[in-house]
Ligand binder design. Structure first.
Ligand code: BGC
Length: 758
């Protein structure tokens, strides 16, 4: 098996091989302008284009010292800064742009970047939640609106989408991605890039996208953020890279590398990833930005001795822009002059940065995104809230509904709304909320009150609190594990109610960057509250808000109804109420399985068979002796207020050739009494491969709306090329042999057929 390797400077190729999507950045007229500009630039000015600083807002690493502010401004005027992050607002961006354009010799505009992850002012559901919609159209629309708002506030470039696959819910950044599956991940990645970038980067409502974190950041050992990754080329190519490739093909203008090492090589210094694969094989023509300080972090990684060496390794490996390491601005020019870095590498990096600036139209008018009147008008657009509510309800997953407890009756006499997240107007905004105002979300309590009949009394009790003390991006949360004083009132409220809704889960700042957890259960006193409430009234609906799958334990067994609402964004409370009262029949499906126990992690439905797959009566097969291998709720799982049945799948051919394709179809019937939407899923198993293949792999999904009693044939076209993978010969190709196909409503409950590839 191959491992990721380092390719030295001599092997570096700057070959020009455009792929679909990348062409948008490259056109002969612009390349000529770039040639002319580069010809005028001093070495220091070139390095300046590769230098990025942050202003003080929302820094994710050590902030710049006060004295540095002046140095920064002076450097902008000297043409030594190419980009700023965390500068937002039409006025602030205009002022800072003026420093570069009016102050510097060549008047090259700055590019302003920001983490616009799930909305700018209007918060949409966290990305993991949106992935549960299995609705690329809705996800694209969400990114479109985020871009519209951000662009109106002077932002040119978002550090999104995060397309990292993750099999380990301990990793706090699982909230930022599309979950465990590369096929779904690729669809979502492309949808987000299309949404952010629109058709034309120069339009006033589009921003440049950035596929991150390249690569394998989601596979940190033990789920601990920033930790090392040790991964075969096989897993890298088959699992980690497909969403990145999809983002590149959708035209993502930029990539961000990752903090982690893979097999001993920090990604920032990894030429195999950045030069061989991204810029070589995929023909990517945009630029790669480092992650925050990741060039300098190659020193503590133990990969280089000092910042100068770090700068050298990074530029040689293909990291074009330095985010906050100051390695390039301090050392790159001297490295070139000393012959330690080829000047061509710097020119190539500068060209890539300038391409994106030209594509954004910044050379036509550097202030075009900084228009205060437009900013005010766009940020107040009421249609954004409507869209946020729509995607939030599409993201909600119904995990359990014993005895048809849900939907609740809007005209019930009394509804108790309980729990630490019930009246919380902040957590629904999630982590990485850009410029959403604190405490601005519609809470669950507000949503319920707005939804019920005028005769319904809604009784609220917090019960227990999640945390005490500071809660923000940078602070570690202190869980409240002692204050039980609110439990009796919650029990009283529950006892007298016709139905009880309990909102529990995580604080928004329990997931996100640096938010890894060894215990992913319901923390603090939440289970204690639930036990007391369920003892008083069995008609309890648990609404989970979380940035990751949780281990539900007692609650999973004893709560009759459970909804996963993620952090649903600005309109979360209305969206959850829409589902609670049946205004919207839930259709979300899990983009990542819910483990039974944290000890099962990492896990995926697309695991390998092993030589001892079992199940067998004895112990000598690949199993945990103390619990099942499978998750509590698998990938693709989610219930509806109606039920669906599936026929045996039919295949249009039992054998296909290398260029062939077949149709896989099944009849899906709504067997219940309500109209509903099902996400019909197609999986494949390649029975024998030159490298072993997963027991199931998602290859397609379709959302179908069915009236009660209605049946529909759902058909997928499966082409031989869809069966391709990175093989033992290092090629992306399909191998002949037998395949199984599965169709069903989740990755576990499927019906199967088979065919073979000649
Ligand atoms: C994160 C990136 C983010 C960057 C800038 C880093 O700490 O890993 O995802 O884009 O900060 O805020």
């Amino acid at each position: 098996m191959h491992v990721v390797r380092f390719v030295g400077a001599l092997a570096v190729s700057l070959a020009f091989i455009p792929v679909a999507g990348a062409d948008g950045l490259v056109n002969p007229a612009t390349e000529k302008k770039i040639d002319a500009l580069i010809a005028q630039m001093t070495l220091e000015e070139k390095v300046g284009q590769l230098n990025q600083y942050s202003s003080a807002f929302d820094v994710t690493g050590p902030p710049p010292s006060a004295g540095y502010q002046k140095v920064m401004y002076d450097q902008i005027r000297q043409g030594l800064v190419g980009s700023m992050i965390n500068v937002t607002g039409a006025e602030a961006t205009r002022q800072m742009q003026r420093l570069a354009v009016e102050g510097s010799r060549l008047r090259i505009p700055l590019i302003f970047g920001l983490d616009v992850i799930h909305g700018y002012r209007t918060a949409f559901p966290i990305p993991l939640g949106e992935a549960a919609s299995f609705d690329p159209g809705a996800i694209e629309q969400s990114a479109r609106i985020a871009a519209t708002e951000a662009a109106a506030a002077g932002v040119h470039w978002t550090f999104a989408p995060m397309v990292d696959i993750a099999w380990d819910a301990r990793w706090g950044r699982i909230m930022e991605g599309a979950g465990e599956d590369p096929f779904l991940g690729a669809q979502v990645a492309a949808a987000r890039v299309r949404g952010f970038q629109g058709r034309d980067l120069a339009a006033l409502d589009t921003i440049a996208a950035c596929a991150k974190h390249y690569a394998a950041y989601g596979f940190a050992q033990g789920g601990r953020d920033y930790n090392a990754v040790d991964m075969s080329e096989e897993t890298l190519r088959n699992v980690v890279l497909p969403p990145f490739k999809a983002a590149a093909e959708a035209g993502a203008a930029t990539f961000m590398n990752s903090f982690n090492e893979i097999a001993g090589i920090p990604s920032t210094g990894n030429a195999h990833l950045q030069r061989d694969i991204l810029k070589g094989e995929w023909g990517f023509q945009g630029f790669v930005v480092s992650d925050w300080g990741s060039i300098g972090e190659m020193v503590p990684h133990g990969f280089v001795e000092n910042l100068e060496q770090a700068a050298q390794r990074a530029i040689v490996a293909g990291s074009d822009m330095d985010m906050e390491s100051r390695a390039y601005v301090l050392h790159l020019a001297a490295l070139v002059k000393a012959g330690k870095v080829d000047a061509k590498l710097v020119d190539d990096a500068v060209r890539r940065v300038l391409r994106v600036k030209f594509a954004l139209g910044l050379f036509d008018d550097p202030y075009r995104y900084s228009d205060a009147a437009r900013e005010t008008q766009v940020l107040a657009d009421p249609s954004h809230a409507v869209a946020a509510r729509d995607v939030a309800r599409k993201s909600i997953v119904l995990l359990k509904n014993e005895g048809g407890l849900l939907p609740l009756d809007k005209s019930a006499k009394t509804i108790a709304v309980i729990g630490p997240l019930a009246a919380d107007k902040d957590s629904p905004l999630g982590n990485w909320r850009a410029h959403a105002e604190s405490n601005s979300a519609v809470s669950l309590l507000e949503g319920v009150k707005a939804a019920v009949s005028s005769g319904t009394s809604v009784v609220y009790a917090e019960g227990v609190r999640l945390s005490t003390g500071a809660r923000n991006f940078g602070a570690r949360l202190t869980l409240d594990t002692t204050d039980r004083s609110g439990i009796p009132a919650a029990v009283e409220a529950a006892r007298a109610a016709d139905a009880v809704v309990v909102a529990v889960g995580e604080d928004a700042f329990q997931s996100g960057e640096g938010r890894s957890q060894a215990d992913i259960g319901l923390k603090g006193l939440q289970e204690e509250l639930l036990r007391a409430v369920i003892a008083a009234n069995k008609r309890v609906v648990v609404v989970l808000m979380s940035g990751r799958p949780l281990v539900l334990g007692w609650t999973g067994e004893n709560a009759p109804a459970i909804l996963e609402a993620w952090f649903g964004g600005s309109q979360a409370g209305h969206a959850v109420a829409d589902v609670l009262f049946g205004e919207y029949n839930p259709s979300g499906k899990l983009p990542v399985g819910f483990p039974r126990h944290v000890g099962q992690l990492p896990m995926t439905y697309a695991h390998k068979s092993t030589g001892r797959p079992g199940p067998e009566p004895g112990v000598t097969w690949s199993s945990y002796n103390d619990m099942p291998n499978d998750p509590l709720y698998p990938f693709g799982y989610g219930l509806s207020y109606t039920t669906f049945s599936y026929s045996e799948p039919k295949v249009s051919a039992l054998e296909i050739g290398r260029d062939g394709s077949l149709r896989v179809s099944a009849t899906v019937t709504n067997t219940g009494k309500r109209a509903g939407t099902e996400v019909v899923q197609l999986y494949v198993r390649d029975l024998v491969g030159s490298l072993t293949r997963p027991v199931k792999e998602l290859k397609g999904f379709q959302k179908v709306a069915l009236a009660p009693g209605e049946s529909r044939e759902v058909a997928f076209t499966l082409a031989a090329k869809d069966l391709a993978f990175y093989t033992a010969s290092g090629r992306w190709e399909a191998e002949p042999g037998a395949f199984k196909v599965f169709v069903g409503g989740n990755s576990r409950d499927v019906r199967e057929a088979g065919f073979s590839l000649r």
